[in-house]
Design a protein around this ligand. Structure first.
Ligand SMILES: NC(=O)c1ccc[n+]([C@@H]2O[C@H](COP(=O)([O-])OP(=O)(O)OC[C@H]3O[C@@H](n4cnc5c(N)ncnc54)[C@H](OP(=O)(O)O)[C@@H]3O)[C@@H](O)[C@H]2O)c1
Length: 275
């Protein structure tokens, strides 16, 4: 299986490159149809994985003030890939997000639910492309708040341990080792359509730090951030939602419950810190 990964140097791209070590990771603009056509015609891949996109630095607030760059990478680029891969009948995998919803565990969102969170430009850009992809034979991997036991600064655990105050809002989240196994299964089957890839259950950032305190650092301190106080620390809204894992389960793909996944990741972090 010949794999080309776009955005292969990014956070998610590096994980997919480790999943497929022989994959090519060309540095081209995914919105440039000529460059994309060149790569596809020269390399003739069986699978293209789109890990390119703008998530903003230090966070999605960046997208509020960089809307042109955001649609270039999050909307136009994926559309170019749909067109160029479609013309050549190349299987396209897109790394999408579940951050297009707002709601709690009483209403887990399925892959057929339309986006209902429009509080940030990042989420609006991702929601638009998510919906357009429905009409094409593309595997759209919808993950949320990825984490693992590494020291990577983008790992959710390492991100939120720097925050003084944390929301107690439940969310679906994605353990990266489980994500890679699930994605590989779907890719080998050439599955198409949207798939929520999040660990079963829901957890809150506040609870994650309670676990961090219990497992990694008993001296860690933090306080509660009330939802209504979020504008004090973020200029754009943040999606909070719980996704349904029923479609993934119907493929026979089992992910561990989210709290178990956090415990595993935190024990890995602790062992790495002690070694
Ligand atoms: N990390 C998360 O929490 C998360 C959660 C859910 C979904 N996702 C989705 O996963 C995808 C990857 O995110 P990530 O966290 O890996 O972001 P990342 O670390 O910023 O990586 C994205 C990579 O794509 C590149 N890129 C951006 N625009 C491009 C373009 N037009 N053409 C080619 N390459 C381009 C970036 O290069 P530059 O740095 O030079 O721009 C970067 O190397 C995104 O679509 C994101 O929405 C991420």
């Amino acid at each position: 299986m010949k794999v080309v990964i776009f955005g292969g140097r990014g956070y998610m791209g590096q994980y997919f490159a480790s999943l497929y070590p022989d994959a090519l990771t060309p540095s081209v603009d995914i919105a440039d149809s000529r460059d994309i056509a060149d790569v596809l015609d020269t390399e003739k891949p069986d699978v293209v994985i789109n890990c390119a996109g703008k998530t903003g630095r230090p966070n999605v607030d960046w997208c509020e003030t960089h809307k042109q760059e955001t649609i270039h990478s999050n909307v136009i680029g994926p559309l170019v890939l749909v067109e160029e891969c479609g013309k050549r009948d190349v299987y396209l995998v897109h790394i999408g997000t579940g951050c297009v919803y707002s709601g709690n565990s009483s209403t887990p969102f399925t892959e057929t639910d339309a986006p209902n969170f429009f509080g940030s430009f990042y989420s609006r850009s991702k929601g638009v492309i998510d919906q357009l992809l429905h009409d094409f034979p593309v595997l759209n991997i919808r993950l949320r708040m990825p984490f693992d036991g590494t020291s990577n600064e983008r790992n959710l655990i390492n991100k939120i341990k720097k925050y003084d105050r944390l929301l107690d809002t439940e969310n679906s989240m994605t353990y990266i080792p489980d994500l890679l196994a699930a994605a590989d299964t779907l890719i080998q089957k050439r599955a198409t359509g949207p798939y929520n890839i999040t660990n079963p259950g829901a957890i809150t950032p506040f609870r994650i730090m309670e676990l961090y305190k219990e497992i990694v650092d008993p001296s860690h301190t933090f306080a509660l951030l009330k939802e209504e106080d979020l504008p004090e620390v973020a200029s754009a809204g943040r999606s909070s939602c719980v996704l349904s894992g029923d479609k993934l389960a119907s493929e026979g793909i089992v992910m561990k419950p989210v709290e178990d996944a956090f415990r595993e990741a935190l024990h890995t972090l602790k062992s790495a810190a002690n070694s």
